[in-house]
Design a protein. Structure first.
Length: 215
C-alpha cells in the first residue's frame, strides 16, 4: 500500500515572506455529485506557457486497449487514482493560505506545498510526469517490468513482459495483458500510488470514464 502523503507543512508567515516564494490564496471547492471537497489554490495564468499543459488521450486511444484485449484474449483492468495531482512533488517554493479553521486553531500561519496542490496550472502535467517516472523507473525494471511509452502518444504504454498496454486518462486508466504479470504490476502500482482498481475483466459490462462498456 502506498505510504500516506504529506501534502503541506505548516510554518510561520514571516519566514515564508522572507524566502520570496509565492503565497497563493486558496479555498474549499465542493465537487459536484461527490460528497467531498478539495482545497484548491488560485493559480492565475499570467503568461502563455504551453509547457504547463499535459497530453490527453481521446476515445480512439482507449480502443487500442480494448482491441488488444479481444485479439489476444487478455483480461482487462481499470484503475482510479485518489487525489492524483497530490502524488507529484512540488518543484517550486510555493506557499498557500490555510483555511480559516487552521488559523483559528494554530494562529496566523501559512502552508508550504510539499506536493502539487489542486488549482496549480501545472498540476496535470506534474501528475502525468510522476506516473511516467514510476512506470519507467529503475525500481520497476528491477521488479521485472520493462515499460515503453508510445512515441506519438505519451499516455499509452507497452509493458513488454505482460505483452500488455496501459492507457492513462488524467487520474483514470485501463489496460490489458498477461494476467499473472498484470497482477504483479498492479501490486507494484499500489505500493507507489494510492489507487483503486478492478482486474480480471473478461466479459459482460463495466464502467470506465462514466461510460458503460460491454465486452
Amino acid at each position: 500500500m502506498a505510504r500516506k502523503r504529506v501534502v503541506v507543512e505548516k510554518g510561520s508567515r514571516q519566514a515564508a515572506i522572507a524566502t520570496g516564494g509565492k503565497i497563493f490564496n486558496a479555498r474549499w471547492v465542493d465537487e459536484q455529485h461527490k460528497e467531498k471537497s478539495r482545497y484548491v489554490v488560485k493559480d492565475f495564468a499570467n503568461t502563455r506557457d504551453p509547457t504547463m499543459f499535459a497530453a490527453a488521450s481521446d476515445t480512439a486511444v482507449g480502443r487500442v486497449v480494448e482491441f488488444k484485449a479481444v485479439i489476444q484474449n487478455y483480461s482487462m483492468f481499470t484503475f482510479d487514482v485518489t487525489s492524483a495531482y497530490t502524488h507529484a512533488w512540488e518543484d517550486e517554493l510555493v506557499f498557500l493560505e490555510p483555511p480559516p479553521e487552521e488559523i483559528e486553531e494554530h494562529g496566523d500561519c501559512v502552508w508550504r506545498s510539499i506536493r502539487v496542490i489542486y488549482g496549480r496550472r501545472k498540476g496535470a502535467r506534474s501528475w502525468q510526469e510522476h506516473f511516467d517516472s514510476i512506470l519507467r523507473s529503475e525500481e520497476a525494471r528491477q521488479r521485472g517490468f520493462t515499460v515503453e511509452a508510445h512515441p506519438k502518444c505519451p499516455t499509452l504504454y507497452y509493458v513488454r513482459e505482460a505483452d500488455g498496454v496501459i492507457e492513462l486518462h488524467v487520474d483514470d486508466g485501463h489496460g490489458c495483458g498477461k494476467e499473472t504479470i498484470v497482477a504483479e504490476l498492479l501490486t507494484f502500482f499500489c505500493e507507489k500510488i494510492e489507487m483503486k482498481y478492478v482486474q480480471d475483466i473478461w466479459s459482460g459490462s463495466y464502467e470506465y470514464l462514466k461510460t458503460v462498456k460491454v465486452r
